[in-house]
Write a protein that binds this ligand. Structure first.
Ligand code: HEM
Length: 407
C-alpha cells in the first residue's frame, strides 16, 4: 500500500475507525513516525518517543497567542459567534504558556495538593458506595450513566465545593462544551457549546461570589483566598480555572472507567486476576489508561524557528498532533503492546501527558479509578456485559455511549 492510501485510512470522523482504531494506527505507526493529515494540515506523530519528547519541548506550546497574532501564523481569527466559548477558556491552564501558565499553575498546585487529594479518599469511597448501592437495585445498570458520570462529577464537585444539586447542570454544560475539542464540529454543535459556556460562566461567577461571602476551605474558596492574599488570581482566572478542573476532571475519568471495564470484560482472565487479589486495583489503573486511551490526540503549535521532528523541518505556526493511543501501543516502548496485562504496573506511560502541562489531576484520577475498581470487584465479582457497547463517534475524547453490565 502506498503512503497516501495508508494515511487515508486514518479517519477520525468515521465511526468504524473509532470503534477499533488500533490495527490501522499500528500499520501507520510501523510505516511512518510522522505524517501530514491532509484534512487538518497537522503534522501527526505516531510513536512513543517522539510524543514523549514533543510534550517536553518548550519550543512548542498549547497556544501561540502570547507570541503571535492569528494572522502572523496564517490562521483566521477565532469565530466571533462562539465568543462565550473562547471567553470561558481564556485563562484555562490548557490554553496558557509561560509566564501566565507558570503563575497560575503554581497557585493551583498550592491548593490542589496530593495531600488534599489523599484527604478526600474517605469521601470518594462513600460517594462510590452510595452510587453503587443505587446501581445494585436493578437487574443490570449502565456503568457510564448510572455510575461513572454521577460519581466523577460528584467527586470533583465535592473537592471544589460545588453543591451536589448543581451537578446535573454541570454535567450537561461540560458534555456540550468538550465537543469543541474534536477535530471538526458543525455550527449546531458549536452553538450549543457556546450557549453552555455562557451559562456555565454565569454560574461560576455566582459561585465565586458566594465563596467570597461564605468561605468553606474547599478548592474554589481557596482559589479566591489565594487571590485575595496576594492579589494574584483575577476573577476571570478563577472562573477559567474552576471550569477547566471540572471539565478536564470529568470526561477522561468516566471514559477511562468505561473503556477499561469493557477491556476487563473482554479479557476475563484479567478480571479474575483482580477478583482473586493477584493484582491490586491500584496497579491495574495504569494499564486501563494505556490500553484504550480515553484521550487519543493532543495538539501543539510550533513557536520557534529551527524545530525538526523525525527529520521533518517545521515552520513557526505549524500544528503538531500527538496520537496518544498509537504511542501507548508502540512496541519500541512496551513489550507485547496489544496484550491487555493489568499487572504491567508501568506508571511511566503518557496517559497524563508530560512537561509543563502534565495533568494536575493525575493523583485524583488514579484514586477515583482505583476506588471504583475496588467497589466493582468487591460487590460484583461475577460482573458481565449485558450487550456489546458502542463508542461515541468522537475520536479525540474516546468513550462508550453506554456500558450495560450485570453482576
Ligand atoms: C483518567 C483521567 C484523566 C486523564 C487521562 C487526564 C489526562 C490529561 C492529559 C493528557 C493532560 C495534558 C494535556 C496536554 O499536555 O496537552 C491533562 C492536563 C490537565 N488535567 Fe487531566 N486527566 C485526567 C483527569 C483529570 C482530573 C481528575 C483533573 C482535575 C480535577 C484533571 C485536570 C487537568 C488539568 C487542569 C490539566 C491542565 C494542566 C496544565 O495545562 O498545566 N485531569 N490531563
Amino acid at each position: 500500500m502506498n503512503d497516501s492510501d495508508l494515511i487515508a485510512r486514518f479517519r477520525p470522523s468515521d465511526p468504524d475507525f473509532i470503534a477499533d482504531p488500533y490495527s490501522v494506527l499500528s500499520e501507520i505507526r510501523e510505516a511512518k513516525p510522522i505524517f501530514r493529515n491532509p484534512t487538518t494540515g497537522q503534522w501527526t506523530l505516531t510513536r512513543f518517543s517522539d510524543v514523549y519528547e514533543t510534550l517536553r519541548d518548550k519550543r512548542l506550546g498549547r497556544s501561540y497567542s502570547h507570541l503571535y497574532s492569528h494572522a502572523e501564523v496564517g490562521r483566521s481569527e477565532p469565530d466571533s459567534r462562539w465568543a462565550a466559548f473562547h471567553q470561558h477558556e481564556r485563562w484555562s491552564l490548557l490554553c496558557l504558556e509561560p509566564p501566565d501558565h507558570t503563575r497560575i499553575r503554581r497557585l493551583v498546585a498550592k491548593v490542589f495538593t496530593p495531600r488534599a487529594v489523599a484527604a478526600l479518599r474517605p469521601a470518594i469511597e462513600s460517594l462510590s458506595t452510595e452510587i453503587f448501592d443505587r446501581c445494585e437495585e436493578g437487574d443490570d445498570f449502565d456503568l457510564i450513566a448510572d455510575y461513572a458520570q454521577p460519581y466523577s462529577v460528584a467527586v470533583i464537585c465535592s473537592m471544589l465545593g460545588v453543591p451536589r444539586s448543581d451537578t446535573r447542570a454541570l454535567l450537561d454544560w461540560s458534555h456540550a462544551i468538550v465537543k469543541m475539542y474534536e477535530l471538526s464540529t458543525t455550527d449546531d454543535v458549536s452553538a450549543r457549546a457556546d450557549r453552555a459556556a455562557a451559562e456555565y460562566v454565569e454560574y461560576t461567577r455566582a459561585l465565586i461570589a458566594e465563596k467570597r461571602k461564605n468561605p468553606d476551605g474547599l478548592l474554589v474558596s481557596e482559589l479566591v483566598r489565594v487571590e485575595d492574599e496576594g492579589d494574584v488570581l483575577t476573577e476571570d482566572e478563577i472562573v477559567s480555572t474552576t471550569m477547566v478542573l471540572l471539565e478536564a476532571g470529568h470526561e477522561a475519568t468516566v471514559n477511562t472507567l468505561g473503556n477499561g471495564v469493557r477491556a476487563l470484560m473482554h479479557h476475563r482472565d484479567q478480571w479474575q486476576r483482580l477478583v482473586s487479589g493477584e493484582v491490586e486495583t491500584r496497579v491495574a489503573v495504569e494499564e486501563l489508561l494505556r490500553f484504550d486511551a480515553p484521550l487519543q490526540l493532543f495538539e501543539r503549535w510550533v513557536l520557534e524557528d529551527g524545530v525538526e521532528i523525525c527529520g521533518q523541518p517545521m515552520r513557526v505556526g505549524d500544528e503538531v498532533a500527538m496520537l496518544f493511543g498509537s504511542a501507548e501501543r508502540d512496541p519500541r516502548r512496551f513489550g507485547r503492546p496489544d496484550d491487555f496485562d493489568i499487572g504491567r504496573g508501568d506508571t511511566a506511560h503518557i496517559g497524563f501527558g508530560g512537561g509543563i502541562h502534565f495533568c494536575v489531576g493525575a493523583p485524583l484520577a488514579r484514586q477515583e479509578i482505583d476506588v471504583s475498581l475496588r467497589g466493582l470487584v468487591d460487590r460484583f465479582p461475577n460482573l458481565e456485559l449485558v450487550r456489546e457497547p458502542e463508542y461515541h463517534p468522537n475520536f479525540v475524547i474516546r468513550g462508550l455511549k453506554e456500558l450495560r453490565v450485570s453482576g
